[in-house]
Design a protein. Sequence first.
Length: 258
Amino acid sequence: MVHHNSLSEQAKSRFSAVFSTLQIGHLLRKAGISKSFGYSSLAVFQILFSLVFEGRNWFRLLESDRGKSLPRKDVVYRFLNQASFNWRKFLHSFALKIVLHFESLISSSRTRVFIVDDSVLSRNRSKKAELLARVFDHTTGCFTRGFNMLTLGWSDGFSFAPIDFVMLSSAKLVNRICEMNEHLSKRSQGYKRRIEAFSRKPDAVADMVERALFVRACGLPIKLVFVQNRNKRREWLAILSTDLTIDAEEIVRIHGMR
């Protein structure tokens, strides 16, 4: 039996205080996540956020005593499926606030690192999920229906803050069970994320690290070494190191050993 815990009024008040302190409403608007009428985007997001702590899905929540005071499921589905919302920009801004808060609590001598997690998001019961594919699960050694989930996070050895993620399908047509929605605008964020799903894992990881450094969502001091081929100027290599104590020659030597 699964026990569901309804949030008390005190817990709801704490959620509101945290959302206000982190300026979640401002971050949502900054990422283009807004609604023109009905429930505000902040209200819908706060309800969805609380589901994790209540241990319920949206269907069970609507069947509870709170169901009559909540928005209908079509409101939530449209909110989650809106292709114009820039959820990546929201996650970057949100992660930056969390990391800066961690930075104010820890010593400057503590090592900060990026962590990349490669997991399989299994969807064996799904049949019509967009870009559903047969992906290889290295833990079981078998193919399964679902997606490859790449997550980039910041850590100081004790705390972990997710900064970015990519859900990968399969670039091979034979492995894809469902295709993407053809009616999406090619200028929308949703279309760009779907095209990104066909990327190779190394390329996706490199893009996530580049975005994290560009938006300074990590607060991580780095040393960047630029190496160029003298004979072919178009051939170059940028090496990123989080160890600021070693010089450029040593960084290049360590990279050459890998």
